[in-house]
Design a protein around this ligand. Structure first.
Ligand SMILES: O=P(O)(O)OC[C@H]1O[C@H](O)[C@H](O)[C@@H](O)[C@@H]1O
Length: 620
């Protein structure tokens, strides 16, 4: 039986070694770069209006300005570029992590102009880390940085909560892996699978980390239900087959009331009942204390419950129980993930912009997207195991930055679009457009220096390995894009391991926080998501009314088939007629005892009644 030692050690050992490199020695000599005279200064604040956007800083309007404003900023001389590369290269020696911003064409003037805004962002970040209400709309502290440095938590109660939870995660994972805790009726005599049920921030981190770090033969294999798609859920359960008996089901929801997650849980519980298994002996909840999920788990006597803290947002929860428990169960060294994140946190606290990799990223995002998200960020990891990084970043960046209003209540419609899969695979898909097509993006390359574990490499042609090809493809794409004025950032790590993954997560969490300050928005709420949820609930409420109306008409003697107009009328929802048609079409496609006569192609011709009426049925 695999032991957990080395995977997860007690929280008291979570003390990252001090960087060998002091912040002073991280400082590089400055080589000033010759930048073309035609360079224009960028806005040092996000433009508030289209008029503002269309005016360049020298007072000329967009119509007078050159269409391709950046051409002047793109340095093409190879020796100057090399100087720029050396001058701006950020290196974290202990983490073996580099950030290269040389292929983003920001100017010295822009840098100087951003400096005060960045200093303001650093101060905001310091306040946040000290426990300020950094999420004013929700009146919440923002404490994900404390998870990897509990000593920084603003009070001893929070510190204790973090330490206690980490210890509990380690002990539980240890007992599951070592089969001290067994499933009640599995021939395997131990848990072999994890089924994680959760969505958004309660899924994306664990999915990314599993893909990046799970060993080939983990102590427990993981699979995910992250949607309310019945076919997707059936597929996951079918894939488990008889192993359902040895599956640990972890239900993750900060709020404990997310409908998709609740549905996933109900579907899994049904599968357990049908297999004659006792769900409560195999169920684990990760949620806020006293949430609906927490109460359900407590009342039903589930195997274990772990807390989600009010001051940790879903999209920054990877280093909480949300990410750490699934990781530990797969034999991933969660202590190393925390150390990597903590080291990166330390590095990104410096107020020297050039030495702060998160500030450099935020600066580049601002430059490349004009501080208004005018260009998309394409994230291209050249490593299969990092495939899900862009999907993870999509939520972290877009849910944090995509906001209608700034902190002063001005309508700004901010954001930064993120997409990407992996290189070199994408080279055979959409890189064509990046190189030559619409110029609406900048790229972030994620480079991993170590191709494969030592001792496994071989030359598939004289002097060249398979990994050399991957390297060549990355460098070639970077050069080819740059030659066509397409800007890029490169983030390099030595290898994909728990420490570097922890560091990457921390790097982007901080970059998002800093960028949010630069553009003056609240990065820690998501008011827009509520609108979709509310509308979805209204659709389901309308469906119940439609059913009630149909039931009444179908109970008549003779049955009274109704047109869509009549149903809308009787629901007192004439304006919802299109939605009512969609509800009918969806139910008809799913054998819901509903008979629709007429042609689906001409909605007005349809007449609907229920195959069975139920005089006692209450749909509303
Ligand atoms: O963890 P939960 O409360 O179930 O929330 C899951 C997700 O739901 C929402 O839609 C939020 O926008 C996300 O930020 C969150 O991660």
């Amino acid at each position: 039986m695999a032991s957990i030692s080395g995977v997860c050690s007690p929280s008291s050992t979570l003390r990252p070694r001090r960087s060998l490199l002091s912040s002073k020695s991280l400082r590089r000599d400055t080589i000033s770069l010759p930048i073309g005279p035609s360079v224009r200064l960028r806005h040092a604040r996000p433009p508030q209006s289209i008029a503002d956007l269309s005016r360049s800083t020298d007072g000329t309007s967009a119509a007078e300005a050159p269409v391709e404003k950046k051409v002047g900023a793109i340095e093409k001389d190879p020796i100057n570029l090399w100087h720029r590369y050396v001058d701006w290269l950020y290196q974290h020696k202990e983490l073996g992590l580099y950030v290269d911003v040389s292929r983003i064409g920001f100017t010295d003037e822009f840098f100087e102009r951003m400096e005060p805004l960045l200093q303001k962002a650093f101060r905001a970040m310091q306040d946040l880390e000290k426990g300020a209400i950094a999420n004013p709309d929700e009146g919440r502290m923002v404490g994900h940085y404390w998870l990897r440095s509990p000593k920084l938590a603003p009070n001893s109660f929070l510190r204790l909560q973090i330490d206690k939870t980490l210890d509990a995660i380690c002990n539980f994972a240890d007992e599951i892996i070592s089969a001290k805790i067994k499933p009640p009726s599995s021939p395997a005599g131990r848990f072999t699978q994890v089924l994680s049920v959760g969505i958004g921030g309660s899924a994306l981190g664990p999915q990314f980390v599993a893909a990046a770090l799970a060993p080939d033969n983990p102590p427990l294999k993981i699979r995910f239900i992250d949607n309310t798609d019945p076919a997707g859920i059936d597929h996951q359960i079918a894939q488990l087959g008889p192993e359902l008996a040895s599956t640990l089901v972890i239900v993750i929801s900060k709020s404990g009331g997310t409908p998709e997650t609740r549905n996933g849980l109900l579907e899994v519980q049904k599968a357990f009942r049908e297999a004659g298994l006792n769900f409560s002996k195999q169920g684990v909840a990760i949620t806020q204390e006293n949430s609906l999920l927490d109460n359900t788990a407590r009342i039903e006597g589930w195997l274990a419950r772990f807390p989600m803290f009010d001051w940790v947002g879903g999209r920054t929860s990877e280093m909480s129980a949300v990410g750490l428990l699934p990781a530990a169960l797969q034999g991933i060294d969660i202590n190393e993930m925390l150390v990597g994140a903590s080291l990166m946190d330390e590095a990104t606290r410096t107020t020297v912009v050039k030495n702060n990799p998160a500030a450099l990223l935020a600066l580049c995002w601002y430059w490349a997207s004009d501080g208004v998200g005018s260009k998309d960020m394409v994230v291209l990891p050249y490593k299969d195991s990092l495939l899900l990084f862009s999907r993870y970043l999509q939520q972290l960046v877009m849910e944090s930055l995509g906001k209608e209003f700034d902190l002063d209540g001005n309508r700004v419609n901010q954001g930064l679009t993120v997409y990407g899969n992996k290189g070199s695979t994408d080279q055979h898909a959409y890189i064509q457009q990046l190189r030559e097509g619409v110029h609406n993006f900048f790229v972030t390359f994620i480079e991993v220096l170590r191709d494969r574990p030592p001792g496994h490499d071989w030359e598939l042609e004289p002097g060249v390995t398979c990994g050399d090809y991957l390297f060549g493809m990355l460098q070639g794409t970077r050069s080819a894009l740059y030659a066509n004025n397409r800007e890029s950032i490169s983030v390099t790590v030595q290898e994909v391991n728990p420490r570097s993954v922890g560091a990457l997560i921390a790097l982007y969490e901080r970059a998002v926080g800093i960028y949010a300050s630069l553009v003056n928005i609240n990065a820690y709420h998501q008011p827009g998501v509520e609108a979709g949820k509310k509308a979805a609930a209204e659709v389901l409420a309308l469906q119940k009314r439609v059913l009630a109306v149909l039931n009444e008409a179908s109970c008549k003697e003779p049955v009274e088939p109704l047109t869509i107009d009549e149903i809308a009328d009787r629901c007192h929802e004439p304006e919802q007629i299109e939605m009512i048609y969609k509800i009918i079409a969806h139910m008809a496609a799913n054998d819901r005892a509903l008979i629709a006569e007429g042609s689906c192609g001409s909605p007005r011709s349809i007449k609907v009644f229920l195959g069975e009426c139920n005089v006692d049925e209450l749909y509303v």
